[in-house]
Ligand binder design. Sequence first.
Ligand code: SAM
Length: 276
Amino acid sequence: MECWFTEKQTKDFGITMRVKRTYVHEKTEFQQLDMVETEEFGNMLLLDGMVMTTEKDEFVYHEMVAHVPLFTHPNPQRVLVVGGGDGGVIREILKHPEVEKATLVDIDGKVIEYSKQYLPTIAGKLDDPRVEVKVDDGFMHIAQSDNEYDVILVDSTEPVGPAVNLFTKGFYEGIAKALKEDGLFVAQTDNPWFSQELIRTVFQDVKETFSITRLYTANIPTYPSGLWTFTMGSKKYDPLETAEERFHEIDTKYYTPEIHRGAFLLPKFVKDLTEK
Ligand code: SAM
């Protein structure tokens, strides 16, 4: 018998794919966790019924959330990832030789454990000596940090369950305090088809907190609508002014210096979300 999984985006629309087998179906302390094998996208992690990452298209999201900020900052030595327990963002961060230490704070240790087991090509760098892994609430970690990080990357679930606080103005103010005086951050901010209010609100909150605020996009087939947004808040460096000589050779499949610049060119209906 065939088994199909559907992530509903609205009550009338969703993305569907065939599931070959289920490895894990478990209610953790924080969320429903499913790890499945699909025909089209390889192994896939789901949290609360939403696609988090798949082996086939994960590179787009992980490269874009990591390399745009890390090439924008001239010397990203200390980097924090909030969420990101699958390890994909850490893998990309470590491609930058300037990074001395990368700290990952995910609230759910089970995501880390099962990603190591079933998504080894994604989670494979979590045991690197430059990486510190903490199982903790990212909101609390940020609240307790002061002037510590060059770059902070928020790779969280959508604003439901444990991630609700990670989409608040108080959180962005905490990030500003946790960053050094020339620091910058990027957060994944969902899609511009079904989450317009979220993008609009986050952009304004970040704009009121940081001197430079930018929105950029990437194409990710297994995420709702396929078009994904990232919001950057920066105290000093503008990603649009990244000097050509900053781009060193790096092993990627999506990110290029041209994409770095082009990702900020927004379709009109998306650009409108950045204006009041
Ligand atoms: N890239 C995915 C996306 O855009 O949908 C998300 C990746 S998934 C690894 C996100 C992670 O955020 C989950 O492992 C979840 O446990 C974690 N998370 C959710 N709320 C959190 C919080 N308050 N503090 C730290 N991590 C949190």
